[in-house]
Design a protein around this ligand. Structure first.
Ligand code: GBH
Length: 453
């Protein structure tokens, strides 16, 4: 038998996030989130799109779970909308919000699909933003209270918890480049937000464990950072961007301390008032598994007059252009070797660390429709290439526990609204009809054979 087989018990799933699929933003007592506010700002989101309706998953969750069953998924990673649970970010719990996830989780369990819950995928209650959002320490404390509520309620059925999705995006796209909610462009706040997101993770991890609710994880968008050349300036640029993308998260989470170069970088923008003694010990909670969301490597070179990227504070004089080659509709260079390199590097730097690919996927225009089905051959090629890359990492000794495709279905792609489609399942937004793409059929077969043909 030829073909690549994955280890027994390998988890095959798909991922989504609340604001991207649920819709029903005014239903059952949900409070406003920063994404409702941000999407209402002219020009913040392409074509003025918002998450108000999205995929109507709030109403159609049972059909969507049936869809997952038809794909043969063993796990489903979704996020819980904090503003449904605590409409003003603290205090009274909204039972109708809890009820929705209760129904969803029961439906998943009945279908034999393991529910994996992310506590924060970017939809912060607006009331907390009004008090400073993640730039304020209080948000981390409120986050732990919310975590305790949901862990107590769902810990009997949800055994796999992700505290925060991609703190890099929440901090640096939210507070430095302003591409994401809350749309702030103040690097000083971004570094404070980064710290409070890490602190929130640690406090929430403690709350989940205190509730006996199961395994604790966080999903990071770590990536391989590659130099334009091997000259010293380019290597120094890589070191700095590797710090912001990877080490500023990994080191506190796994060793309880920031790397010195990242403290120095942060100090170019802000005094480190927000780091209190004892925080490192809180942030460094044991991780049962580390979630990695991987899409593309990052290329950096030092170049006079280059503007740098506002998403990477201190990157003036750096150029982020990828070398020529295939890209997805996001403009992201397709390079599965970046995934192998990243997983092997994590395995070397943090011995014995179990990892899971908690997101991987691609946006393509999906134009060719044959017999009513989107023939997304480019997406199949992307996924196939990345699964081979993941398998190569396993062969190199990486303890890889599973793979979750991004995304189950087309959805609200943040600042790009509905103009970018990442789904295995096509969504016709006019009718809300779901149609599995060729990639969905391909993925079903991968799952059935636990590997690639
Ligand atoms: C994830 O973010 C999110 O978790 C998910 O909600 C989202 O829908 C999905 O990905 C698709 O975007 O600009 O060329 O340097 C991924 C965010 C993607 C941010 C890659 C950094 C670097 C590309 N990351 N990106 S580039």
């Amino acid at each position: 038998m030829s073909g690549l087989r994955f280890p027994d018990g390998f988890v095959w799933g798909a991922a989504t996030a609340s604001y991207q699929i649920e819709g029903s933003t005014g239903e059952d007592g949900r409070g406003p989130s920063i994404w409702d506010t941000f999407a209402a700002v002219p020009d913040a989101v392409t074509d003025g799109h918002t998450g108000e309706v999205a995929c109507e998953h709030y109403l159609r969750y049972a059909d969507d779970v049936a869809l997952m069953s038809s794909l043969g998924l063993s796990a489903y990673r979704f996020s819980i909308a904090w503003p449904r649970i605590q409409p003003s970010g603290s205090g009274p719990v909204n039972s109708r919000g809890l009820d929705f996830y209760d129904r969803l989780i029961d439906e998943l369990c009945a279908a034999g699909i393991s529910p994996m819950a992310t506590l924060y995928h970017w939809d912060l209650p607006q009331a907390l933003q009004n008090r400073g959002g993640w730039a304020a320490r209080e948000t981390a404390e409120r986050f732990a209270e919310y975590a305790a509520v949901v862990a107590a309620k769902f810990g009997d059925r949800v055994r796999s918890w992700f505290t925060i999705n991609e703190p890099w995006c929440a901090a640096f796209l939210g507070y430095a480049s302003g591409d994401h909610a809350p749309g702030i462009t103040a690097p000083a706040q971004a570094f404070a937000a980064a710290h409070h997101l890490l602190l929130g993770h640690g406090l929430a991890a403690q709350a989940i464990r205190a509730a006996g609710a199961g395994e604790v994880s966080i999903a990071l968008n770590c990536t391989s950072v590659r130099p334009g050349s091997d000259n010293d300036e380019d290597i120094a640029a890589v070191e700095q961007i590797d710090g912001l993308s990877n080490r500023i998260w990994l080191e506190p989470l796994l060793r309880g301390e920031y790397p010195d170069d990242m403290l120095t970088l942060a100090e170019r923008f802000t005094p480190l008032w927000y780091v209190k003694s004892g925080d490192g010990a809180i942030i460094k909670q044991p991780l049962d598994v580390l979630g990695i969301n991987y899409y593309t490597p990052t290329w950096v070179r030092a170049r006079r007059n280059a503007q740098g990227s506002p998403a990477h504070p201190g990157s003036e004089g750096m150029d982020f252009t990828a070398p020529n080659g295939p890209v997805t509709e996001m403009g992201w260079r397709v390079d599965p070797t970046g995934l192998t390199d990243l997983l092997v590097r994590l395995h070397k730097d943090y011995e014995g660390l179990p990892v899971m690919i908690t997101e991987n996927g691609a946006a393509y225009a999906d134009s060719a429709v044959v017999d009513g089905q989107v023939q997304d051959v480019d997406r199949v090629a992307y996924l196939d290439g990345h699964l081979r890359a993941a398998h190569a990492a396993i062969s190199a000794g990486v303890d890889l526990r599973g793979y979750l495709a991004w995304s189950l279905m087309d959805n609200f792609e943040w600042a790009f609204g509905y103009t970018r489609r990442f789904g295995l399942v096509h969504v016709d937004y006019a009718t809300q009809r779901r149609t599995p793409k060729a990639s969905a059929d391909w993925y079903r077969k991968v799952i059935t054979r636990n590997g690639l043909a």
